[in-house]
Design a protein around this ligand. Structure first.
Ligand SMILES: Cc1cc2nc3c(=O)[nH]c(=O)nc-3n(C[C@H](O)[C@H](O)[C@H](O)COP(=O)(O)OP(=O)(O)OC[C@H]3O[C@@H](n4cnc5c(N)ncnc54)[C@H](O)[C@@H]3O)c2cc1C
Length: 334
């Protein structure tokens, strides 16, 4: 079983900053993230929206902020357990904890829960046969885009995510069918304009994906035209869903932590400690009087938590965290 000083549950902005802070202070950390990619709400919910209240940026898109946070975190080489959902919590050896995950057990002396709204899971495509092709033709997060080279790809959805993916995939694929159940798109107007200029993209509006067909590989899809109920079979080798995600807090609720309301873990705001020893929480999931759910607040909470976590792991290291400028030996090489 892999063993860490600190397991960070959730790879959103707050978990990513926590991984960087842990690395800076010599704490061996791992991130457990249910999605196959890091970034939390920034990448799953609003990659193209601009954020104006993060220190140091006049304006930054969700995707660009996630990219900067990922680079900062990875500079400290935390272990990454992506596509891995934290499910159960049990007492481990010598006061540590064992986290049961969808991919096996992980052990740590301390845990920082930065699970935000809960584990993101994709909204599944309600199309016959789609489940059988998941990961081998049907994707909820696109694989490396070069895999689409020369292929015909169906992208489903009418929001920013679907349009962004259709545009990116169209740079590689032979054809992209953008399938949306309405006539109007919910995306930023500029996204639709740039899509319309691409010859490779074919808009299939007022259409729904009804079935995915194939044998060893995916070969075609069936679309229903909602205006007249007629069906059309389209040759395609891949389907990418842009229907978005929903969040499930589910498993965390059974860990024995004190909750405030039904969606947030109660913490002591002076330390970010939860009701269980060695378990801390920060970001949207953490609750205390006066809590404001902002990225800036989450970063501050990581700053508050990291001192107590360091003292919990190394009781001889008491007192406030030293300034990063006094930690040159711990700074990343790149
Ligand atoms: C449309 C929109 C616009 C916003 N605009 C702003 C803004 O302008 N400024 C601002 O400051 N904030 C904004 N926010 C809020 C901001 O995005 C959140 O405060 C921030 O994302 C919280 O970060 P987090 O890391 O705590 O949680 P999240 O970003 O929610 O990340 C949590 C991560 O934990 C993972 N996870 C959860 N449970 C598990 C589990 N059991 N196992 C494994 N992984 C798990 C999830 O998959 C997710 O990736 C906006 C939010 C939305 C939806």
């Amino acid at each position: 079983m892999d063993q860490y000083d600190l397991l960070i549950v959730g790879g959103g902005p707050v978990g990513l900053f926590a991984a960087a802070m842990a690395g800076l202070h010599g704490i061996r950390a791992a991130i457990v993230e249910s999605l196959p990619e890091l970034g939390g709400q920034l990448t799953a919910l609003y990659p193209e929206k601009r954020i104006f209240d993060v220190a140091g940026f006049t304006a930054v898109t969700g995707a660009d902020l996630a990219e900067a946070l990922i680079a900062q975190a990875l500079a400290y080489r935390p272990a990454l357990h992506l596509g891995t959902t934290a499910e159960t919590l049990a007492a481990g050896e010598a006061g540590g904890w064992v986290l049961g995950t969808s991919e096996g057990a992980l052990a740590a002396r301390a845990i920082l829960v930065t699970a935000g709204l809960g584990a993101f899971v994709p909204r599944r495509l309600p199309a016959e046969g789609a489940e059988a092709f998941e990961g081998r033709g049907v994707y909820y997060i696109p694989p490396a885009l070069r895999e689409f080279r020369g292929k015909d790809v169906v992208v489903v959805g009418g929001g920013d995510t679907a349009l962004d993916w259709a545009w990116e995939i169209a740079q590689h694929a032979r054809r992209v069918y953008l399938v949306h159940r309405r006539e109007e798109f919910r995306a930023q107007p500029g996204s639709l304009d740039r899509i319309r200029q691409l010859e490779a993209v074919h808009l299939k509006t007022s259409c729904e994906l009804r079935a995915v067909r194939g044998g060893d590989t995916l070969t075609s899809v069936v679309l229903e035209h909602l205006t007249d109920g007629g069906e059309e079979t389209v040759e395609a080798q891949a389907v990418v869903s842009g229907l978005g995600f929903h969040a499930q807090l589910g498993p965390l609720k059974a860990w024995g932590l004190e909750f405030q309301g039904s969606h947030a873990i109660a913490v002591n705001p002076a330390t970010m400690a939860t009701s269980l020893p060695g378990i801390y929480a920060a970001g949207d999931i953490a609750a205390y009087p006066g809590k404001v759910k902002l990225i800036a607040t989450g970063f501050g909470e990581v700053g508050i938590a990291m001192g107590p976590i360091r003292t919990y792991l190394h009781p001889e290291l008491k007192g406030a965290l030293p300034h990063s400028t006094n930690l040159k030996s711990a700074a990343p090489s790149r």
